[in-house]
Design a protein around this ligand. Structure first.
Ligand code: FAD
Ligand code: SF4
Length: 501
């Protein structure tokens, strides 16, 4: 029986982050482990409210009150089982999820701080590793059916694991040289050390999943070849088409880059360095894209921008400005605008923000300014207002508000325009919609025998949605192949986050 008064006895507490001067001198994760006492105390704050809205807040339908109580009572093995019943990779979500479940926690109704659900999740995930090293669970009976999964991000990997455990022979095709999608070369190590991915890959491999890296489907192998080899295909190619700003004067100057170019280059040198100090980051053609000693301007306000900020500090930037088009959000939920239990628009401070840099809100770049040699030397910005007119965003600069900010390196983190236009789409007979995503029917098929999941289907989203869609699409593939029984399907293709409007 959960403790109905736990939240009255204990305040919300998270483990202390590693000190800023220490953590920006390496690439290790920002959070140390919480320690059992703190986690059990915090799990005690969950009162098992009867109608756990956190379930609906979590796209995976994680059984949060169940595992909170198991942790509270020190029943770690059962907590590990319960968490893995709904989530293939809690070590990813426990570290990286923005935790919409916490925004939906019933404690928020009475003005209390939510349970530290995500922290409890990551501690259970790490306990699983400590206890049995992520024991493989191979299928006992093979079905003789074969599935190709294209793309090895969280959506592809979750689907691959579900299908392999159901007895299908699964091959994951990945065009990169390593498995993991954005988890591998997009998200920096200070948010997710790559040992977590490698451990899961060892488990998937032991469960029979085959990996083919360095293979771009549609280029190195045709869709026809893939279809000939497999009974079903799941596309999980992400939404990696970066939004650009070609109309802004000076965009072609040296030193102005897509944020992902910076992150991938940085993550690759960290991966190559092992425990050593990484070399300077360069683009594939050898052009330096390192922030060391530079004035850096990051344009954008989301995860990608915050990751660039943390990378710039670790590379030794001289100074960093992060520019956001929108006004500064409120510190706490505006209940009129975003009533509980929806995801509120509030100021989100990532650990990277406490490491330094200046955030500038409600501004837009008017020009990238040339130093006379074709290299950017500054950005000219103006204060702006942003309105929605007939569903379109209209940005209006305020006259007389222009100023310059020094910039040797400018990083565009202004979002993604959906999945890339690439040969694979036409070869499989699927197309991008107006949002750049690939639509799926109710059974996750985009074309006969071709299923789609994750960011490629939703547009740029979150890891928790990618895993949820990967699991649901795997259930649909299993049914299509005539598999015995049903696999869990936490979401359908039309499912959206909890919202008031
Ligand atoms: C910088 C950054 C930081 C982020 N931080 C967070 C965070 O903290 N928390 C969070 O929840 N979400 C975060 N996200 C979002 C999250 O990473 C994505 O929503 C998630 O990775 C999507 O998973 P996916 O499997 O759909 O696609 P992806 O992870 O994008 O993987 C798609 C894979 O498909 C491969 N591929 C594409 N085409 C082909 C082809 N033709 N043949 C073979 N392979 C192909 C790609 O190389 C890639 O590896 C972040 C995103 C970015 C860009
Ligand atoms: S996956 Fe995200 S939403 Fe679900 S329980 Fe974990 S932190 Fe909450």
């Amino acid at each position: 029986m959960p403790d109905p008064n736990g939240f009255l006895r204990y305040d919300r507490r998270l483990p202390a982050r590693r000190p800023v001067p220490v953590r920006i001198s390496d690439w290790r994760e920002v959070y140390p482990p919480a320690g059992e006492e703190l986690v059990r105390e915090q799990a005690t704050r969950c009162m098992d409210c009867g109608i756990p809205f956190c379930h609906d807040g979590c796209p995976l339908g994680n059984r949060i009150p169940d595992w909170n109580d198991l942790v509270r009572t020190g029943n770690w093995d059962a907590a590990v089982e319960s968490l893995h019943a709904t989530n293939n990779f809690p070590e990813f979500t426990g570290r990286l999820c923005p935790a919409p479940c916490e925004a939906a926690c019933v404690l928020g109704l009475g003005g209390q701080q939510p349970v530290t659900i995500k922290q409890v999740e990551v501690e259970i995930a790490d306990a699983a590793v400590a206890r049995d090293g992520l024991r493989p669970r191979p299928a006992s009976v093979p079905t003789g059916r074969s599935v190709a999964v294209v793309g090895s991000g969280p959506a592809g990997l979750a689907a691959a694991q579900q299908l392999a455990r159901a007895g299908h022979t699964v091959t994951v095709y990945e065009r990169d040289d390593a498995i993991g999608g954005l988890l591998r070369y997009g998200i920096p190590d200070f948010k997710l050390e790559k040992q977590h991915i490698d451990r899961r890959l060892a488990q998937l491999t032991a469960e029979g999943v085959r990996f083919r890296t360095g293979v771009a489907v549609g280029v190195d192998v045709t869709a026809e070849q893939v279809r000939a080899e497999h009974d079903a295909v799941l596309l999980a190619c992400g939404a990696l088409q970066g939004r650009d700003t070609p109309q802004t004067p000076g965009r072609a100057l040296r030193g102005v880059h897509q944020a992902m170019a910076h992150l991938v280059a940085a993550n690759r040198v960290v991966a190559a360095a092992g425990d050593g100090r990484p070399a300077l980051a360069v683009l594939p053609d050898g052009t330096p894209i390192d922030a060391a000693g530079k004035h850096v301007v990051i344009i954008g306000g989301g995860d990608t921008a915050a990751d660039c900020l943390g990378v710039a500090h670790r590379q030794g930037a001289a100074g960093v400005h992060q520019l956001d088009l929108y006004p500064e959000p409120p510190q706490s939920r505006d209940a009129e605008r975003d009533p509980w239990p929806t995801w509120p628009w509030v100021l989100r401070n990532y650990p990277a923000h406490e490491e330094g840099g200046d955030r500038v809100f409600a501004v837009a770049v008017q020009e990238f300014v040339d130093d006379g040699t074709g290299q950017v030397r500054s950005v000219r910005i103006a204060e702006v207002t942003v309105e929605k007119v007939d569903g379109r965003r209209v940005v209006t600069p305020l006259p007389g508000s222009e100023r310059e900010i020094p910039a040797d390196l400018v990083l565009l983190a202004i979002g993604f325009e959906g999945t890339e236009q690439q040969p694979l789409l036409a070869q499989f007979g699927v197309a991008r919609n107006a949002r750049g995503a690939v639509d799926a029917r109710g059974d996750w098929q985009a074309a006969d025998g071709v299923f789609v999941a994750g960011d490629m289907h939703r547009g740029a989203s979150l890891i928790v949605w990618a895993i949820a869609e990967g699991r649901a699409a795997a259930a649909a593939v299993h049914a299509y192949l005539g598999g015995v029984g049903e696999l869990p399907a936490p979401v359908d293709p039309a499912r959206q986050p909890l919202a008031a409007r």
